[in-house]
Design a protein around this ligand. Structure first.
Ligand SMILES: Cc1cc2nc3c(=O)[nH]c(=O)nc-3n(C[C@H](O)[C@H](O)[C@H](O)COP(=O)(O)OP(=O)(O)OC[C@H]3O[C@@H](n4cnc5c(N)ncnc54)[C@H](O)[C@@H]3O)c2cc1C
Length: 408
């Protein structure tokens, strides 16, 4: 009698990418064992849900794809295969409805990640996923097996196909600590990790920090070279943070790396043109203090007025023409990115030239890599999760193809 052998695969990493890979493999009739170092799965996903889980973005796919910059060529076919609309359908399939926020960002109606993760894991378990938590992968043994540190000592496991979905290197306390780079770099070309979607340090004066740390700076336009975007950010004790800053953070980080600093330019009055400002500032201020003249003429007060004083030289305030121009282009000098551990995501990891297809490690046929551990980056806005889902699916498909299973 012909014996039917169920193909087997291992997935290491129980974040969005690893779970999606497991989902596809199970769908293709593969028996899956999933290992994770932490006591529970999806910790970064859950953290992402703390401030509103931004699952994807509702903009047209052609615009969506442009957000991946240099990584687009690598990611495009996976994203077309599982795009922003597919993410919403998938969530709906788990009983989680989504809505489009005013900025086009897509959130679950409950805003949180926990209900989605709970239902997803329940469905995966029902379909036979075997989950092994507290299993920290530490490298390959001499026979090619995967070695895990477990509470009861080291164990070695192997399967014909393995998907690695170990995440990047930011927020290491949530499990993705990037330690895998230490033993993978002997076999696989890696780019160094760098902070992505990170804040920046600014050499604020103590007086400015004391008065304004924690203050949001609203309704400004941020400019980096020729690119300008409206938004808001927060002044911190060390510099600036916020999604409007993160949107520029890749190019600003690269400038800091190249030249030691970067300049972000702020238009503090997007609704008032320079001419109107100069006219108002040129009026005789009589006995008014400079700050009340500034407030009445331009509407600038609080942290915005503080930024002007912090970033402009005192003589500019004596000249309405120079001041009017400066309010539309306040130069903010950024001296470094915040550390990798604090960044929302990381750039770096497994390089494009280290894979065949989209996710198979060229040096290790049968081993696939997915999610943030691959060297691409994107701004916040739901792009990170969408790409992790899409790459997880692609890794699952490529692993199932490798195992020679037919698509159901
Ligand atoms: C505060 C915060 C908010 C965010 N908000 C959003 C958002 O709203 N929208 C969005 O699109 N993105 C957001 N992100 C980014 C998003 O969460 C990540 O890009 C995504 O979780 C990456 O998925 P992944 O599966 O590749 O890796 P991860 O989610 O990092 O999962 C990797 C898994 O691998 C495990 N692992 C690592 N090393 C080992 C090892 N050696 N052995 C065994 N297991 C290991 C880890 O424990 C972890 O469970 C946010 C990130 C943070 C930090």
């Amino acid at each position: 009698m012909l014996e039917v052998v169920t193909p087997r695969a291992i997935v290491v990493g129980g974040g969005p990418a690893g779970l999606m890979a497991a989902d596809v493999l199970l769908d293709r009739g593969v028996a899956v064992d999933l290992y994770d170092a932490m006591p529970s799965l999806g910790r970064k996903f859950l953290m992402a849900g703390k401030s509103g889980l931004n699952l994807t973005h509702a903009e047209p796919l052609e615009t969506f794809l442009t957000r991946f910059g240099a990584g687009r060529d690598w990611l495009e076919s996976s994203l077309r295969n599982f795009d922003n609309a597919a993410v919403r359908d998938w969530a709906a399939g788990l009983g989680v409805e989504t809505f489009v926020g005013s900025s086009g960002r897509v959130f679950p109606t409950e805003m949180k990640a926990a209900p989605l993760l709970r239902r997803w894991l329940a469905r995966l378990r029902d379909r036979g996923l075997r989950i092994h938590v507290r299993h920290r992968w530490t490298g390959w043994g001499a026979d090619g097996g995967l070695i895990f540190d477990t509470p009861s000592g080291p164990v070695t496991v192997s399967a014909p196909a393995t998907v690695l979905a170990l995440g990047g290197a930011s927020w290491p306390q949530l499990g993705s600590d990037g330690a895998w780079a230490g033993w993978m770099r002997n076999r696989v070309a890696l780019s160094p990790f760098r902070p992505a979607n990170a804040g920046f340090d600014v050499a604020w004066t103590p007086h400015f920090v004391e008065r304004f740390a924690g203050e949001p700076v609203k309704s400004v336009v941020l400019k980096d070279g020729a690119t300008a975007r409206p938004g808001e950010f927060v002044v911190t004790e060390t510099g600036i943070e916020g999604s409007a800053v993160y949107a520029f953070s890749a190019s600003l980080r690269d400038q800091v790396d190249r030249t030691g600093s970067a300049q972000l330019t702020l238009d503090l009055t997007p609704d008032r043109g320079e001419e109107r400002l100069v006219q108002a500032l040129s009026k005789d201020r009589g006995k008014q203090s400079l700050s009340s003249h500034l407030r009445k003429a331009t509407g600038l007060k609080g942290v915005k007025a503080g930024l002007l004083r912090e970033c402009l030289s005192p003589d500019v305030f004596q000249d309405p023409v120079r001041l009017g121009a400066a309010i539309k282009a306040v130069p903010l000098r950024l001296i470094r990115s915040r550390p990798l551990e604090e960044a929302i995501s990381s750039a770096g990891g497994v390089r494009w030239d280290a894979v065949t297809g989209t996710t198979q490690l060229a040096a290790m046929p049968g081993t696939f890599a997915a999610g943030e551990m691959l060297d691409w980056e994107a701004p916040t806005g739901g792009y990170l999760l969408t790409a992790c889902f899409a790459l997880g699916r692609r890794a699952g498909e490529e692993a199932a193809d490798f195992l020679g299973t037919a698509s159901r």
